[in-house]
Design a protein around this ligand. Structure first.
Ligand code: S3P
Length: 170
């Protein structure tokens, strides 16, 4: 396995924030966020992709982007959308490509962060907290297949970054 670092977890679990902090500590690494890559290549927001096409269409783009990002190379930090680790092929690809860290957060913390952000299509619903809870319950089993689970609820951003750097042996 190469030295790549992969961040998985629910929406608002801090993948992008931690990815950016890690890349500050690891200047030789490139940080790639699959949602941002999809938005760039499609020229539209994830939210618009869901609206204009469908979730299935987005999942196909997500799958292709993960295959492309993981097609080779080292010194990469990769963060993926919250639902991407549900697909067994994505999971196998990412687990082989580098060390996978699940950023685990409490439902209340996730909900608090998400309630201030309207850009997440799956949660644009009457009861976003219930949706979030159902998604978390459904996805947790697969998230736990990551090489490491980092319980972020009681850690500062610095501590999370330090944990990942140590575990990744960088
Ligand atoms: C999704 C999470 C989003 C984005 C898409 C679907 C999900 O990414 O990929 O809206 O299924 O949980 P974040 O986890 O970065 O919000």
């Amino acid at each position: 396995m190469s030295n790549n670092i992969i961040l998985v977890g629910m929406p608002a679990s801090g993948k992008t924030t931690i990815g950016n902090l890690l890349s500050e500590k690891l200047p030789e690494y490139t940080f790639l966020d699959t949602d941002s890559l999809i938005e760039k290549t499609q020229g539209m927001s994830i939210s618009d992709i869901f609206k204009k096409f469908s979730e299935d269409y987005f999942r196909k783009l997500e799958y292709e982007t993960i295959q492309m990002v993981c097609s080779g190379g080292k010194n990469k930090i990769v963060s993926i959308g919250g639902g991407a680790f549900e697909n067994p092929i994505n999971r196998a690809t990412l687990l082989k490509f580098g060390k996978v860290f699940y950023l685990k957060s409490d439902l209340d913390i996730l909900y608090y962060r998400i309630s201030k952000d309207s850009s997440r299509p799956l949660l644009q619903n009457e009861n976003p907290k219930q949706i979030l809870e159902n998604l978390l319950k459904k996805r947790e089993e697969n998230y736990k297949k990551a090489h490491y689970t980092v319980d972020t609820s009681c850690l500062s951003e610095d501590e999370i970054v330090r944990f990942i750097l140590n575990a990744a042996n960088t």
